[in-house]
Design a binder for this molecule. Structure first.
Ligand code: SF4
Length: 501
């Protein structure tokens, strides 16, 4: 079948006349190079080989702000190191005297603004991310204070003096590297782990054994394979995602739904709380909260302007809470934690979607987030803000489309449009704080997501050239081409132009 015949068949399919039971043609909608001037760019798209293995509980994590890679992951890393130390032989523990935490790359450059030091202390002191709220983090702010803890029956004293703000430029394989050490009284290293904060609160360490988890029931690595899977099995997106989550975690549907409901509730609560707050955000420069102001002023606006401004206020409400260290959901990161909640709030309170529709929407968002994480990155330190707000916007667009009843092709298109129009966005937070430009960026991510879902539902999907895998590949290539100073170091772009000497 040539391309023209295929497109015709695909359009009939969208009208219910095709053969595919899901209405989702398995196709790669690439533009033929020969149709372009000069025969195209001289190279073309190659679908990466990969497999999505992470469950949604890893993608949608709850933890304290302001940053998933610089706050949440270091907390989880320190907590993991604490567990590893507790399991050391007794004679090793008997010699242990102190900890050291060496921060490299952007963790070192911007960790103070992201509360990385407090997060490491919290993890070593036994705090868990899901319950470590801003009060706990505030109590760890004093850099003269010391804290006692017992690990494996051995008492330790920890304070800010264990944190070493090490080299920004380094040769570790991952930008955000954290080396945790346990030392004896003479400074000899008894045990150490080289950890990598890989974005979105995920972490790994050198020599880490494979996780003891179940295998996904349905194998896919990208959207092309997911489309084929859906077509071959006749299963809709939410069923495949639910079955994979159950298989990987070894839990039942009720348990997965419990997690999805917690994600939705944390997001909605974050908006509700943020809309009541006024005053300054914790920062070394004066930064007024504005979610409530925007929300209140929206009431006096016309319907269209008021709705747009409400969406902005919802996103900013959560982002301001995150900047203040409140618990939020990584979607896919904490820097981008306000984008998806804005549309969750719209779905719940404006569109009155059922809880089941909202869960399905979150599953669709999760699919897009996991594909981005697997084939590119969701870390600003790796691919710039396109990997945080861009991916968040794609997830939110897919959620809105799928929860509204869109099919897989339309859901993919919504995510594709949203991500495509964030390509090239650098990460340049002023002073390393997740405030400027991060807070407002969440509002724009949410508005673009809403628009993308509307456009996708109005288009004839098969007439659209871009597909999600191609845009994810473009994001990765663009991110790699970004100079390092535009990847979360805060030493370029707005991180410089906003600062007076
Ligand atoms: S600029 Fe974007 S990627 Fe960078 S910290 Fe802010 S939200 Fe995250």
């Amino acid at each position: 079948m040539d391309r023209r015949d295929f497109l015709k068949a695909a359009m009939f399919s969208s009208l219910g006349l095709g053969l595919a039971c899901t209405g989702t043609p398995v196709m790669a909608r690439g533009i033929p190079a020969k149709s372009l001037p000069g025969g195209g760019p001289g190279r073309c798209f190659v679908l990466p080989k990969s497999e999505v293995k992470a469950p949604l509980v890893d993608l949608f994590k709850i933890g304290p702000g302001p940053s998933s890679s610089h706050t949440l992951a270091p907390l989880r890393i320190a907590s993991n190191f604490r567990e590893a130390v507790a399991a050391l032989p007794r004679d090793t523990l008997a010699k242990a005297a102190r900890f050291e935490a060496h921060l490299y790359g952007s963790l070192s450059a911007t960790g103070r603004g992201h509360r990385t030091d407090r997060a490491i202390l919290a993890g070593l002191l036994g705090q868990k991310a899901e319950t470590c709220d801003q009060k706990v983090m505030d109590a760890l702010a004093d850099d003269k204070a010391v804290f006692q803890t017992t690990i494996g029956g051995k008492g330790f004293t920890v304070g800010h003096n264990i944190i070493v703000w090490d080299a920004v430029e380094h040769h570790f394989p991952f930008s955000n590297t954290l080396v945790m050490r346990l030392m004896d009284t003479r400074g000899k290293v008894l045990f150490e782990r080289e950890y990598y904060s890989t974005g979105g609160g995920f972490f790994a360490w050198k020599g880490q054994p494979p996780a003891r988890r179940g295998e996904p029931k349905h194998r896919f690595g990208n959207m092309a394979e997911f489309r084929r899977l859906s077509q071959d099995t006749g299963k809709p997106l939410h069923e495949i995602m639910m079955e994979n989550e159950m298989a990987i975690l070894g839990v039942g549907e009720a348990e997965v739904n419990r997690h999805l409901d917690m994600v939705i509730k944390t997001m909605v609560d974050g908006v509700d709380l943020g809309l009541t707050e006024t005053g300054l955000l914790p920062a070394p420069f004066e930064m007024h909260r504005k979610a409530k102001v925007l929300f209140d002023k929206a009431k006096a606006m016309g319907e269209a302007d008021g709705f747009m401004q409400r969406i902005s206020s919802y996103a900013i409400a959560v982002s301001e809470g995150n900047a203040d260290g409140r618990l939020a959901v990584t979607a896919p990161t904490l820097g981008s934690a306000g984008t998806m909640p804005a549309l969750v709030y719209v779905m719940k309170n404006h569109l009155k979607f059922t809880q089941e529709a909202m869960r399905r929407g979150v599953l669709a968002a999760g699919l897009m987030g996991l594909i981005c994480k697997t084939n590119a990155s969701v870390a600003g330190a790796e691919v710039g803000c396109q990997g945080e707000i861009g991916v968040a916007s794609a997830m939110a667009a897919a959620m809105m489309a799928y929860a509204s009843g869109a099919d897989l092709a339309t859901t993919e298109l919504a995510a594709t449009i949203a991500l495509e129009h964030h390509l090239g966005m650098s990460c340049d937070p002023v002073g390393g704080f997740v405030i400027i430009p991060c807070i407002e960026r969440n509002a724009f991510g949410a508005l673009k997501a809403y628009n993308a879902a509307l456009m996708a539902r109005s288009e004839i999907v098969q007439q659209h050239w871009e597909d999600f895998d191609r845009v994810v590949a473009a994001m990765l290539e663009t991110g790699k081409a970004l100079p390092p100073q535009f990847r979360e170091l805060g030493t370029a772009g707005l991180g410089v132009s906003m600062v007076d000497c």
